[in-house]
Design a protein around this ligand. Sequence first.
Ligand code: C2E
Ligand code: MG
Ligand code: MG
Length: 743
Amino acid sequence: MLSVSKVSLIASISLAAILAYLQSTVIPSASLLIWCSLMVAASLLRAALVCFPQPSRLNRGFARIRLKRFRLGVMVAGAVWGSSGFLLFPADHPQHVMFLIFVLAGMTAGGVISFSADLISAVTFSALLSLPIATRLFVAGDSLSVTMGVAVMLYLGFMIMSMRRINRNVYENITLRIEAAGREEKVRDSEERYRLLLSHLPVGIFHYDTDLVITYCNDRCAAMLRNSVNCIVGLDMTLVKDQASLPSLRRALQGEMAYYEGHYQATYSEAEAWIYMTCAPVRDGSGKIVGGISIVQDVTEHKVAEDRINNLAFYDPLTNLPNRRLLLDRLQQALATSARSGMEGALLFIDLDNFKALNDTLGHDMGDLLLQQVAQRLGSCVREGDSVARLGGDEFVVMLEDLGQYDLEAAAQTEAVGEKILAILGEPYQLAINEYRCTPSIGVTLFNGHRSAKEELLKQADIAMYQAKKAGRNTVRFFDPQMQDAVNARVLLESELRKALEKQQFRLHYQIQVDGSHRPLGAEALIRWIHPERGLVSPDEFIRVAEETDLILPIGQWVMDTACAQLKTWQQDTLTRNLALAVNVSAKQFHQNDFVARVQATVERHAIAPVLLKLELTESILLEKIEDTIRTMHALKEIGVQFSLDDFGTGYSSLQYLKQLPLDQIKIDRSFVRDIASDSGDREIVGTIIAMAQNLDLDVIAEGVETEEQRQFLLANGCVNFQGYLFGKPVPVREFEAMLAPK
Ligand code: C2E
Ligand code: MG
Ligand code: MG
């Protein structure tokens, strides 16, 4: 209404001017002047109301005042225009009356349209306009005037009726528009809120379609990936580098809520993080799944904190070593593993001697420094899979695993580690400006899964450690006294073996090998240790320790040298010239890097016919590093030496490998030969071994032949080479040679 006020005011003034001009000829000037004055005053009032400064924002109270003012303007205008029905009514000039009615009807129609939004304004305006002229027409009294008066009234009635309809329409229209605008604003507001929320949320959010292509992602999500929203939207997730989260995204597409927690590595940037992701399906109006929404939280800090807490819970902060709790945990696992594998393990309980004195004299800082250095040194004493832990104070524990299946073997290895720890921890420490010396006492207990409980084991090692302290510190003690004895004996044996090498206490004995007609073919060289107190010691008592301590390497070399020297001597005599000599080679010896070169050098040094030297290998050699073994054997074959596979049948040789090895002979183990007479199973085995050797085109020799019956059986089955007490025991070379001499 207000918007058309100016136009209607101008139209009204113009029309008033035209009316005044046209009626001026038929109306007394006084009436005209009054009306014009009224019109000018009314127009000024309306102009003032229209142009009255409006506040920029509307409020309800002000709107009401404006409406009242507007209605006042309309009423004044209506009254002034209505007054024209009397003031400008030329009774004697029907044409002018008609014109006046025409103008007033037009104004009424214009008013109805202009003011239809406010029924009161519209009705008041049309009534004020029409009623005076209608009254004047009825007052005129003639039939034409009365008829016109009736017409005016009818017109007014019709106008009022139309006005109600128009007003209703306009009102509804306006209400609808206001409501729509309100709703639109609400939607705009909520969209803006949603957008703000999404872009400022501390979590990443992305939407994806059923092909796993990203259709939306918020700023936080882009920031997490160190990429831009534009680059991420449109990304096909089936092509990204890190596919770990895809199963969860896919599960959401199948209608489930899905979760993923793990490490994520971005494809198009260096970004990586620990994330926690929740995925949910997105459905359209009909309930069909059209994609998924995923909420991603960067939990890296949380994870780091968790790790730190874990670290505090399981590691000693001073040395960064596992604490008691983690040690017990690992011990539990070690026990389970040991139960499965049958391998022994050991706990070494290490306590620093006189640590308290250091704390008291140099202070706790120096004490801490020492503990850190001890921790470092302990780490260097053990293999990768072993554990070093700090229980607290100056107490450390080393846990060793996979120490072999036998107590003694495990004890020996543990003893070696213990000695190494004594040596390494015993070296001087530099604590700031002080050089400090410190020794540990070590208690050891062995464990194997079937018979130990973890707390009990720790206690045993602790008790053994006290034994070590009692024994004068700086030493290793085993919990089990028998074990301690065995370890002591072993340690003694090792040092005596070293001495034996130095003092040349080893001898070779020779055991004859014969053919089916008792003709000597050669001998097996068997080592003996002539111990100054114990007398002759059998190889069974020291070869294993020699192998475990690597002393087998110099001993083996001595055997090889002595055997070759013997072959050389035999070459001088027609009686012994063709005898072959078999030498036992242990696995450690065989797997030395320079074994081939050593054999070659020995053969050359003694200038013997290599074909007379026979290396006896055991099946255990073949089990390890099979490719290397085959290569070494071929290289040795080049030199010309022979190979015999010792103790055949006791190991696990695969026929597949046997075929690939350049063997010359198979030696049937004496355990099968022993019971040939009584055990049909052994007879079967021996028969099979001989048949197999023949098929592989290998020589076969039986060892441990003690009786004629055994010899006969072997002979009957095709074995024509023998070694055993039946033909001669291993004896010193003089006796051996005497045996050969023709009687
Ligand atoms: P081996 O190589 O199988 O040697 C055969 C063993 O059987 C020898 O025991 C021998 O005395 C014994 N023997 C031979 N004939 C009979 C028999 O008729 N009846 C019985 N009951 N025994 C018989 P020895 O000399 O005590 O040697 C034991 C093992 O020590 C050898 O078994 C060999 O594996 C190892 N050995 C001996 N000398 C050396 C050596 O110089 N180097 C290496 N690495 N090992 C050696
Ligand atoms: Mg042998
Ligand atoms: Mg043997």
